[in-house]
Design a protein around this ligand. Structure first.
Ligand code: APR
Length: 265
């Protein structure tokens, strides 16, 4: 059971330890996953309430099917002939707002305790909360992207009704910025995320099962290079055994407590 920090001296002391590791680190990077947005009402993918647990794992060849027939792909989408798990996710995304944990992450970047945030989430909530130095390695649901030159266009909340026009910059094929199964992570964002990981002497993994590659691979690269690994997750993950400290709490409870500990004089 998750308890709040006021009533749990062990959690409070662990938060203090994390704050002290962060103060001593030169370059700290946070890597967030679906668990980061659970308290904003967006379901995760794995675990008991996960979309893949509920609906099954989606086919792994989404990107190649899109490339073979992009117009057909958009037509199927706009006719609502789309997977149930995408419909549920789309509804949750429509209503989602950043929670206290997202704002605390933004605050930690602002005070220099965190150098950057790499997120696997497509919900755009980190940006809405004001997180600077953000790398959305699985893209952003509110943007379109050219597969050739990576030019991105903001859609806001409008979902296109037709296949979008070719890229205004290079004439290339345009798709949602969201990275599909089988699609390589766009080179520009992957290069920046990798550079952050290479500089990091401390990495905090928040709300990720650390199972989806290549994103999760960045965590193992950081560990192999000697970074101190910290985890914030209510459950044990594949990463737990690599971590100096695993805080068994939620992002919405732990991150505001961590920001408070960091700003306590
Ligand atoms: N706070 C923190 N962590 C939480 C919370 C919470 N409130 N609720 C659940 N979690 C944890 C779970 O215990 C789990 O370890 O978040 C993790 C979510 O794991 P996944 O659903 O597997 O999400 P993620 O690690 O992000 O991997 C899925 O693959 O297809 C892509 O785009 C997709 O980015 C997504 C990734």
């Amino acid at each position: 059971m998750i308890t709040t920090f006021e009533h749990n001296p062990d959690l409070r002391s662990q938060v203090g330890e994390i704050a002290s590791i962060l103060r001593q680190s030169d370059h700290t990077v946070a890597m967030t996953g679906a668990g980061m947005s659970v308290e904003s009402g967006i379901p995760p993918f794995s675990g008991t309430d996960g979309l893949w647990t509920k609906y099954g794992t989606p086919p792994m060849d989404g990107y190649s099917r899109f490339r073979k027939d992009p117009i057909g792909w958009w037509n199927r989408r706009t006719n609502e002939k789309i997977d149930a798990h995408i419909m549920e996710l789309r509804d949750a995304l429509k209503n989602a707002r950043p929670h206290a944990g997202h704002f605390a992450l933004a605050g930690m970047v602002q005070i220099g305790a965190l150098n950057s945030v790499i997120t696997q989430n497509i919900d755009g909530l980190d940006e809405k909360a004001g997180v600077d130095k953000l790398f959305e390695i699985h893209g952003n649901r509110q943007k379109l992207r050219c597969v050739d030159c990576n030019d991105r266009v903001l859609l806001a909340d409008v979902v296109p009704l037709f296949a979008p026009d070719p890229c205004g910059v290079c004439g290339g094929l345009v798709k949602f910025d969201t990275v599909m199964f089988g699609e390589p992570i766009p080179e520009d964002v992957m290069r920046s995320a990798r550079a952050e990981i290479d500089r990091a002497d401390c990495v905090i993994a928040i709300g990720t099962s650390a199972t989806v590659r290549p994103a999760s691979g960045l965590l193992w690269i950081a560990k192999a290079a000697g970074a101190t690994m910290i985890e914030i997750n209510p459950s044990e993950t594949k990463l737990t055994s690599l971590c100096e400290l695993s805080l068994r709490s939620t992002a919405g409870l732990a991150l505001p407590a961590l920001l408070e500990a960091l700003t306590d004089t």
